[in-house]
Design a protein around this ligand. Structure first.
Ligand code: NAG
Ligand code: NAG
Ligand code: NAG
Length: 403
């Protein structure tokens, strides 16, 4: 997973709608690879701090509010890395935004705005200081039998961040395990066999049945879901919130709280002992006629965690649900987004989306065309993300500032 400067990008967009936020700040290289749940956790913390600063400065001038939220984003982002790295790019992003805002940072008001942002970030940091994301949680593999999750070829020896299902959710969502997805199809069922043959054919690196469009679907959505769905949100929202700091901050806090909670819920389903499910790349261990040691997925390596449910799909379901709520309950959008894909030197792919549901479904299918998830893992992932997002939105107004 990769994460980039969405937050300061948001602040920049607030400053001046003409600033091309995505070109300026959002790319996958600013911050190195992060696993799925921590990438969402980080962004939720940053957006929580931004919203706190926006609410506290709402009676001040627009410039004051913009400077306050930019400092909140800066400090929260550095805190996320526990003050050990990324000073240069984070400082550079703030330095670039300040002149666009236009409030003299050395004036009394400028200093006060900075202080508002710093206090907001500190409040979030205190609230999240013991949220269990730093705890050690061990992982033990089940028996090497058909249908039992094992390390996939090319992935890490142990699944990423096993503690993620125990992290305190945002907005006081409570016990995340109550959202746990139903058990996946039994590995000896007909349905399972059908889906296994499907992903084996469609998701193989050198598939002869996958269409070029579907290959691009896998590449297009490969980006970190946190980066991708925040970018899509930016494309959907456009300039509508350009001078509405509180509304903009609230929307992005809702989106990223929902994404973070969706990540924890997805991990809960993945790593709950009953549900650990092999990835498609574990075909050989399923002990049936599909064994093929040379099989390679299009998206490689296979991520280091069980198949069920697909976190990409869970993130997409959650983000689409928040966007739908923002959009007055409608799925209709008109958003164009480009994604630059380094894998296999694919280059830039541009797509236009007219439906949130269709975007979430395409995002989900991208993992099957990529050979790293079964279809049922995507279908249930979307449902899980929608449920978690709906509940997060219900709790948001009362509990957002518990972070
Ligand atoms: C990503 O953004 C940073 C900051 O704007 C920039 O320095 C870097 O060159 C960008 N990387 C790519 C690959 O565009
Ligand atoms: C896929 O095809 C490429 C050439 O297009 C070849 O180099 C590679 O070995 C093939 N990979 C597999 C797993 O068959
Ligand atoms: C979608 O937006 C583009 C420009 O961004 C515009 O040309 C097109 O007409 C819009 N389509 C609809 C259906 O509104």
């Amino acid at each position: 997973m990769r994460l980039s400067f969405i937050t300061l990008a948001t602040a920049a967009a607030v400053v001046n709608a003409a600033v091309d936020q995505s070109a300026t700040f959002v790319n996958g290289t600013i911050i190195g690879g992060l696993q799925s749940p921590p990438s969402a956790w980080a962004q939720a913390i940053v957006q929580g701090a931004v919203y706190q600063a926006a609410v506290k400065s709402k009676h001040e001038s627009l410039e004051f509010q913009q400077l306050a939220v930019s400092h909140a984003a800066h400090n929260a982002l550095l805190w996320v890395f526990h003050g050990t790295r990324l000073y240069n790019p984070v400082d550079a992003a703030l330095r670039a935004v300040i002149p666009l805002i236009g409030l003299d940072p050395n004036s009394d008001k400028g200093k006060e705005a900075a202080r508002y942002g710093q206090i907001a970030a500190s409040k979030v940091a205190h609230a999240r200081s013991d949220d269990k994301i730093t705890n050690f949680v061990d992982f033990t593999y089940g028996p090497k039998e058909p249908g039992v999750y094992q390390q996939s070829p090319g992935s890490n020896p142990f699944p990423d961040t096993p503690q993620a299902r125990f992290v305190t959710p945002f907005a006081a969502l409570g016990d995340i395990s109550r959202f746990r997805a139903p058990p996946p199809p039994k590995t000896n069922s007909k349905e399972y066999e059908t889906q296994l043959l499907y992903v084996k054919e469609q998701g193989s690196l050198n598939s002869t049945v996958r269409t070029p469009y579907d290959t691009d679907t896998a590449y297009f959505w490969r980006e970190s879901s946190i980066t991708g769905w925040n970018r899509l949100a930016g494309a959907v929202v456009g300039n509508k919130l350009a001078t509405k700091v509180v509304e903009s901050a609230k929307f992005y806090a809702q989106l990223n709280y929902a994404l973070a909670n969706a990540g924890f819920a997805s991990w809960d389903t993945k790593l709950a002992p009953r549900d650990r499910h092999p990835t498609p790349h574990d075909l050989g261990r399923l002990g049936r006629d599909v064994s093929d040691a040379s099989w390679t997925p299009l998206l490689r390596p296979t991520p280091s965690h069980p198949d069920y449910v697909s976190t990409h799909s869970t993130f997409g379901g959650a983000a689409a649900a928040v966007l739908r709520a923002w959009n007055g309950g409608s799925d209709a959008i008109n958003a164009t987004l480009s994604s630059t894909v380094a894998l296999d030197n694919r280059g830039t792919i541009t797509r236009t989306f007219t439906s949130l549901r269709a975007a979430a479904e395409e995002n989900s299918k991208s993992r099957v065309f990529g050979g790293i998830h079964f279809t049922f893992a995507g279908v249930e992932g979307i449902k899980l993300g929608e449920k978690v997002a709906t509940e997060t939105l219900k709790k948001f107004d009362d509990y957002w500032d518990r972070f």
